[in-house]
Design a protein around this ligand. Structure first.
Ligand SMILES: *[C@@H]1O[C@H](CO)[C@@H](O)[C@H](O)[C@H]1NC(C)=O
Ligand SMILES: *[C@@H]1O[C@H](CO)[C@@H](O)[C@H](O)[C@H]1NC(C)=O
Ligand SMILES: *[C@@H]1O[C@H](CO)[C@@H](O)[C@H](O)[C@H]1NC(C)=O
Length: 894
């Protein structure tokens, strides 16, 4: 749970640029008023304060930033903060010249309507959301008149989780410029007493280490970090800030007893973390995806991680490996004990793991479950042992049983809640939503593994979290007539170094004390703990601390309840889902949390052009931005925007290109306006010999009104010169030419073809998936329109799923974007469509006018597609693509 436990704020406050200067050239504009004033492009940010108060693991954080416009005209100021994914925003206010404009938390749809209304009346500023690895971004921008001041104040709350024996707050600091008064202040209050407290920053140099002050005694702990302007400088006379990195605070509490039961203001919270227990003997089944898409770095990192994990497996544990590609492979027929010989043999096996074929996820998982069932039946593993299944996949099931609901049903039936299932989704090609449902239905959890140089460490880190169960089937019980509205009170496992938290409401007004009992299965026998909480005691403990907000138990209860309702909702359906949603929404509104069901809307006053902003909470399953590093290829996709049968919006109909820009967590898009018949080069790699070309077709007849002819991709040619392979795809048929051999399929076929150098899967009437060894993988989506449609005809979309093995020399309309591309957006301003602001984009040294819009991704939902927000580059991508678009016209598809 590493990512979830981290606590992070990235703090950025950048004045928007009046011109197209890059961030760097801003510094040339620095004017000095006093020695201490740092004014960039007219704006001085003179104060940033991050104030964190933690009471019994519940963190309440306030970020305040103050700026003044020293220019003689109005300027835009952007407030930009990254929050931990597990945090909920609870309030935001903007104070301009002494007048405060608060954000209102509303039901998502209601907020959206209000936002659209405000936007249609005037300009848009906007709180933009984006999802990063550990954080979510919160952004707001506002125009400030000359000589005016603005204060932004953002509050968010979070329950810190214990992991590896510590609670961790992760504050990523990045002010991007020197700030006269910069301060991080953390106050911790723990009724059990603080045992240790660490504070460190990745950006802390020797000179700065003394600037971090930390101390703790008894129940209180403090950390402060307040560098002067000069201490913030990267060098003596530099105007750049060295504050850029992670600031981490870790602490733990005294544990005289494994239980701490606190009762305040009608709510209780119970923390349970026993120490000195013996680990449970455990059985681990690793179910590993070895399908073609794992080839290259992913499989290499998987091997690396598994080798490290093998070093951590304890002598009493039992384990086995199951690999799934198109077929299922097992290392041993049965689980084996982790003896030195078996571990050595396992290492050899792991080193030899290689990729093959498609993704038979269901087959792999079922083999693992059956193996565990048999192991207990035949007494191969100790009866008093606990078992976990860890599955790693980077794709979507496409052979065997591949329908997600069917897989869920079958797996649930087989596991019967006996073993938690942990699903690790490697990269962005996975159906994370499905993996999450599958895991949550089976008492486990899902985690995304980010494709990056540290993927192996992420995998190993996850194993460390779940590899030391101390107790299983933990049940915390409270007297029924004293409490209500309990959060989850039974847990499959308690892992070493973690903590169980249960909260609830006290219904007995006269209650003086509360007794709870905890039952669980330990390594050798069943264990019982008794916990006791005293109202007077808790109240007295809290009185010592003036800053405490007395309702922390209630807010902690609300936070935990909402989080668990949202989690249950993921796997629920029908009326149950509706009920869970209604309950979570009601609590989110009551306690003012920005959750996935609510949004916060900030409307700026008339004087400031009635600007409005909307803050949303992104969802991990929707975090489908492309891989984080270019080694893992930019996922580039291409499709026809117009004319799927269910989508009649009248937009111009040229082939639509979407280019993901992972490091910006954003996308670029453009059209190519060419005549039917033209063949465009999409990808060309002289090194691997792979080329992809596409031929345009038009509508059945041309519309007289349309100035520009609608076009679609009607034929795609994918070739690998070195392997002498050619694949031609049209909406009618699929022709594979391998040297002199030719195979023809139709879209009515279901095909899973594997041969040297390639795997071809045709999913009947939907799409085809092509993996090329040592090359790339593609999905071609078939769009079928109504046969008698007067205008439109069937067409194709191409999605590049993986291109990391293509060479540096790869080019083409799509291929050129497999290399990292950077851009900067400045000057967001209203465009001709009030819902689609324009902006200036700086890319490849060009200054382009671009428009914010949405394009459809049809990979998963061929009918409706999924909206992808992107910056649209006009005029056939002029200025973004190398050369002009006509340079990409070729004579034939091969
Ligand atoms: C504002 O300041 C700029 C730069 O100092 C100057 O060129 C311009 O004349 C000033 N405008 C007004 C209205 O004072
Ligand atoms: C910094 O600036 C001062 C005054 O402009 C100058 O005397 C000094 O040499 C500079 N120091 C460095 C390290 O450049
Ligand atoms: C949903 O809530 C309604 C009203 O409270 C209740 O009658 C119904 O039984 C609930 N349904 C489920 C499936 O929980």
């Amino acid at each position: 749970m590493a990512n979830h436990f981290l606590f992070c704020i990235v703090f950025i406050l950048i004045p928007a640029l009046g011109t197209s200067d890059s961030i760097l050239s801003q510094f040339r504009n620095i004017k000095k008023r006093n020695a201490d004033d740092v004014i960039i492009n007219g704006i001085e940010i003179y104060s940033i304060k991050i104030d964190c108060k933690v009471t019994s693991r519940f963190a309440h954080n306030v970020i305040t930033s103050r700026a003044v416009n020293r220019a003689n005209m109005s300027k835009e100021v952007i407030f930009d903060v990254d929050l931990p994914k597990t945090a909920f925003i609870t309030s935001f206010t903007m104070t301009i010249d002494g007048v405060t404009y608060p954000g209102n938390i509303k039901e998502k749809e209601a907020a959206k309507k209000q936002y659209e209304k405000a936007v249609s009346k005037g300009q848009t500023a906007g709180l933009v959301k984006a999802s990063g690895r550990k954080t979510e971004k919160f952004t707001v921008s506002v125009n400030i008149a000359a000589a005016s001041k603005v204060t932004f104040e953002l509050t968010y709350e979070e329950l810190l989780k214990r992991q590896f024996g510590k609670y961790e707050m992760f504050i990523k600091v990045k002010p991007k410029q020197l700030v006269k008064n910069f301060e991080v202040q953390v106050n911790i209050f723990e009724p059990q007493g603080i045992r240790e407290l660490e504070a460190e920053g990745t950006f802390i140099t020797n000179d700065l280490s003394d600037v971090i002050k930390k101390s703790f005694s008894g129940k209180k702990g403090q950390v402060s970090f307040k560098p002067t302007l000069n201490q913030q400088r990267t060098c003596a006379n530099c105007s750049t800030s060295l504050l850029d990195g992670d600031f981490t605070i870790k602490y733990d509490v005294e544990r005289g007893s494994p239980n701490d039961l606190q009762i305040v203001n009608g709510y209780f919270v119970h923390f349970f973390a026993p120490t000195n227990l013996q680990n449970l003997p455990k059985n681990v089944i690793f179910v590993i995806d070895i399908s073609g898409s794992m080839s290259g770095r992913e499989i290499q990192q998987t091997r690396e991680a598994l080798l490290k994990i093998l070093d951590d497996i304890k002598g009493d544990d039992y384990f086995n490996f199951i690999l799934f590609g198109s077929a299922i492979y097992t290392w041993k027929d049965m689980l084996v004990k982790a003896t030195a010989e078996n571990l050595e043999e396992a290492r050899k096996f792991v080193r030899a793991i290689d990729t093959e074929g498609a993704t038979n996820l269901h087959g792999g998982l079922m083999r693992g479950i059956e193996m565990l069932n048999t192991a207990y039946e035949k007494n191969i593993v100790p009866q008093r042992s606990t078992s976990i299944i860890i599955m790693l996949t980077d794709g979507q099931p496409n052979v065997g049983i591949s329908d997600p609901p069917q897989i869920q049903e079958s797996v649930k039936k087989a596991i019967k809640e006996k073993y938690p299932l942990y699903n690790l989704g490697f990269g962005y090609g996975v159906d994370y939503n499905f993996l999450e449902k599958l895991a949550l239905e089976n008492k486990g959890l899902a985690r995304r593994i980010y494709p990056d140089s540290d993927s192996a460490i992420q995998l190993q880190g996850f194993y460390d979290e779940v590899s030391n169960p101390m107790l299983s089937d933990v049940e915390l019980n409270y007297p029924e007539n004293s409490v209500s509205d309990l959060t989850n009170n039974n847990f499959k496992h308690l892992y070493d170094g973690s903590e169980i938290v249960v909260a609830g409401r006290i219904v007995d007004n006269d209650l003086n004390s509360l007794t709870a009992d905890v039952k669980a299965q330990g390594a050798d026998n069943d264990v019982t703990f008794i916990a006791q909480g005293d109202v007077k005691e808790t109240t007295e403990a809290l009185q010592e601390q003036e800053y405490i907000f007395g309702d922390y138990t209630e807010r902690l209860w609300a936070y935990l309840t909402i989080q668990q309702l949202l989690e249950k909702r993921i796997a629920a359906t029908g009326e149950e889902k509706e009920n869970l949603t209604a309950k979570a929404l009601e609590l989110s509104l009551k306690y003012k949390f920005v959750t996935p069901l609510t949004s916060m809307i900030v409307t700026k006053p008339e004087d400031y052009d009635n600007q409005a902003g909307l803050a949303d909470k992104p969802i991990e399953a929707e975090a489908r931005s492309a891989p984080v590093t270019h080694q893992f290829s930019s996922v580039s996709s291409l499709y026809r925007q117009n004319a799927p049968p269910t989508w009649y919006t009248s937009v111009d109909g040229d082939p639509h290109f979407i280019i993901s820009v992972p490091q910006k967590e954003d996308a670029l898009c453009f059209n190519i306006n060419e005549n039917p018949g033209a063949v465009l080069n999409l990808i060309k790699d002289p090194v691997t010999g792979i080329t992809v070309n596409g031929q345009l077709i038009g509508d059945k007849r041309t519309s007289n009104e349309a100035k520009i002819q609608n076009t679609y991709f009607g034929k795609l040619g994918i070739a690998n010169k070195h392997l002498d392979l050619k694949l031609a795809v049209t909406p009618e048929k699929i022709t594979l030419q391998n040297g002199n051999e030719k195979s023809v399929f139709t879209w009515l076929d279901t095909v899973n073809l594997q041969q040297e150098g390639l795997t071809l899967i045709i999913n009947k009437e939907k799409n085809l998936v092509l993996f090329m060894d040592g090359g790339a993988s593609f999905v071609v989506v078939l769009h079928q329109v109504w046969k008698k449609h007067p205008l439109h005809q069937d067409f194709l979309g191409l999605y590049v799923m993986d291109s990391h093995k293509l060479s540096e020399q790869t080019h083409g309309l799509l291929g050129q974007f497999f290399h990292p591309i950077d851009f900067n957006i400045v000057e967001i301003h209203p465009g001709s469509d009030p819902k689609k602001p324009d902006a200036t984009m700086i890319v490849k040294n060009n200054e382009l006018t671009v428009t914010r819009g949405w394009q459809k991704d049809y990979r998963k939902d061929t009918k409706h597609g999924l909206d992808i927000p992107c910056w649209f580059v006009h005029n056939s991508g002029a200025g973004l693509i190398d050369g002009v678009h006509t340079d990409y016209i070729v004579s034939s598809i091969f």
